[in-house]
Design a protein around this ligand. Structure first.
Ligand SMILES: NC(=O)c1ccc[n+]([C@@H]2O[C@H](COP(=O)([O-])OP(=O)(O)OC[C@H]3O[C@@H](n4cnc5c(N)ncnc54)[C@H](OP(=O)(O)O)[C@@H]3O)[C@@H](O)[C@H]2O)c1
Length: 334
């Protein structure tokens, strides 16, 4: 038996998530059975997609179960193994419980070299969010030199990489973020041509007209809602929209209206494509080569927020939905 700490879904949120949706508890894990491994979590990634998974709504991932630990992308260390694919001491990445330890059948876990980059980077700039940015920018936005690209949540885990990739492709890149310090970082460190604060800017249309005078050729959409409405009206002919996320809508109890004048899609011959990164795992090797190479060459900047201790995960998750994180949000579990 191993005694573990874990965080379970205590109730489903309606509207904004509250701390009482989570419960921290102790549990006893049995010894690994044949085929199983016992993994100790080192870092847990907190991601916006977890909010829709707290509800029962049909989505591309099944809902979290009431009374069971939530799960999330994690890096951990194998403590015991009765699975021939893993040995004690291996460092693995994949979905683990919001817990100090997880008993796992090994499916979907993969070994990583722990010494190449700091462990949290495997969950951020060399992991799922960055892969999401790379796929959406390279395969959907396809920016060309001289074009204008817009990125919402410009300094988040996904947005910060998306913006820099567009810049490296020669585009003029404009973003928005929810805080002046984030906007400053976007321009000074990540190379955005401009970034505005969407929480203090009163007229989103006017600021977009000022910062994107030639219109928008590609939109990397992380937010949805009124930011997307304003961007949509300024899309040029043949513009591409990589619809990556709609975080502005994740806590809404009523569906948010789409942009008016949908005939615009035809008039301007727009491509609007939603995508889910897990459909594209076959391209992971290409991503690692390209983005890993940029990192090594010092051509990519990445911010992260590390929260110390599993018990703080619920509070940190609420903060993620309010924009309190700066860059990739991870929890140091052990
Ligand atoms: N399609 C896929 O496969 C895939 C994969 C990963 C992520 N995603 C999506 O990509 C988006 C970004 O994810 P991430 O991991 O990079 O998260 P993140 O940007 O690191 O964190 C979320 C950020 O969203 C912003 N935000 C929150 N509520 C907002 C609102 N109402 N209006 C405007 N901005 C708001 C906040 O930044 P500010 O301070 O700047 O407001 C917050 O820091 C999310 O929508 C996520 O669901 C999709």
């Amino acid at each position: 038996m191993t005694q573990v700490q874990q965080i379970v879904l205590a109730k489903r949120p309606v509207g904004d998530v509250t701390l009482d949706c989570f419960r921290e508890e102790s549990a006893n894990l049995a010894e690994p059975a044949d085929g199983q491994i016992l993994v100790r979590s080192r870092f847990l990634s907190l991601d916006p997609y977890m909010r829709p998974r707290m509800t029962e709504l049909r989505s591309y991932t099944p809902p979290f179960e009431l009374g069971k630990p939530l799960t999330g992308g994690s890096v951990g260390e194998v403590l015991e193994s009765r699975n021939p694919r893993f040995a004690k001491g291996d460092v693995v990445i994949g979905m683990l419980n919001w817990a100090t330890h997880t008993l796992h059948d090994g499916k979907g876990l993969r070994k990583i070299e722990p010494d190449t980059v700091p462990l949290p980077a495997h969950l951020g700039v060399l992991g799922m969010p960055s892969f999401t940015a790379w796929y959406g920018m390279k395969h959907i936005c396809k920016p060309k030199a001289g074009e204008t690209v817009f990125v919402s949540a410009a300094t988040g885990a996904v947005g910060q990489v998306a913006g820099q990739l567009a810049k490296l492709a020669g585009a003029r890149v404009v973003g928005c973020a929810g805080d002046d310090e984030k906007c400053l970082w976007a321009v000074r460190e990540a190379g955005y041509d401009a970034c505005f604060n969407h929480r203090t800017e009163r007229d989103l249309g006017a600021v977009l007209d000022k910062l994107c005078p030639q219109g928008i050729d590609a939109d990397f959409e992380n937010v949805g809602g009124k930011i997307f409405h304003a961007v949509f009206e300024r899309l040029n002919n043949f513009a591409r929209v990589a619809f990556c996320g709609a975080i502005a809508e994740y806590q809404d109890t009523q569906p948010m209206a789409g942009p008016p004048k949908m005939f615009t899609i035809i008039q301007r011959r727009l491509t609007i494509q939603g995508y889910v990164v897990s459909d594209h795992v076959a391209l992971m090797g290409d991503f690692v080569n390209e983005v890993g190479g940029l990192l090594k060459a010092g051509k990519l900047r990445a911010r992260e927020t590390v929260v110390d201790g599993l018990a703080k995960a619920p509070h940190a998750f609420l903060g993620l939905l309010r924009g309190e994180n700066f860059g990739k949000l991870v929890v140091k579990v052990a």
